[in-house]
Design a protein. Structure first.
Length: 202
């Protein structure tokens, strides 16, 4: 009798749902399961696509920057066809007080910035005139030294410091004192293969 009562109760509960409601319920369950499957399978795919998208953007930005860098090197006009020509362009810019132009004769992306800093330092400390006077105006006074790089040439020249000079080396971040006396200066010229001109190296 108890079993019959349970069956009858179950039957009465099922009978509460109409055929339309049962169909809607099944569609809801199937749709829910489908969403779970899509999320489970699709998430790794979406994550991969997302990572690939931003990785590609990173690569594009890198290659764009590299292209701009190579174009800047190729279009560089601040230099001459010989070390001598570049030297006198540089010296002329210094005499005109244009340290921005003078620094552009240095090679590379960071070279002009470093050169500008120490030229500005010399200008601020009142050493620029003395520095210009130390540089030979006669190219024949420049003596070429043997240099290890076939695309570079080093020249030396003699000069005299009338008084001690305290100099802050921006590349080494250290202060150096040069006592008054006779010195030998050195200028290295580097050939830019991209622009086909000679640049100051250091």
């Amino acid at each position: 009798m108890e079993l019959q009562n349970q069956d009858s109760e179950s039957g009465s509960n099922d009978s509460l749902l109409s055929p339309v409601q049962k169909k809607s319920y099944r569609k809801f369950v199937l749709s829910f399961l489908a969403i779970i499957v899509v999320l489970f399978v699709g998430y790794p795919i979406l994550k991969t696509l997302y990572n690939d998208y931003f990785a590609q953007r990173g690569f594009d930005a890198y290659f764009s920057a590299e292209k701009d860098y190579l174009n800047a090197l190729k279009n560089d006009k601040y230099g001459g066809k010989t070390p001598e020509e570049t030297y006198f362009m540089y010296l002329d810019a210094l005499k005109k007080g244009d340290i921005s132009l003078a620094s552009k004769y240095y090679i590379g992306i960071e070279g002009p910035g470093r050169a500008y800093k120490w030229l500005e330092q010399m200008q601020q400390k009142g050493w620029m005139e003395e520095y210009i006077n130390e540089l030979p105006t006669d190219w024949l006074k420049m003596k070429e030294k043997e240099y290890w790089d076939k695309d570079a040439r080093e020249f030396t020249y003699d000069y005299f410091l009338k008084k001690d000079r305290i100099f802050f080396d921006t590349s080494e971040e250290a202060t150096t004192t040069f006592p008054a006396g006779k010195y030998q200066g050195s200028i290295i010229f580097q050939f830019s293969k991209s622009a086909q001109i000679w640049k100051l190296y250091q």
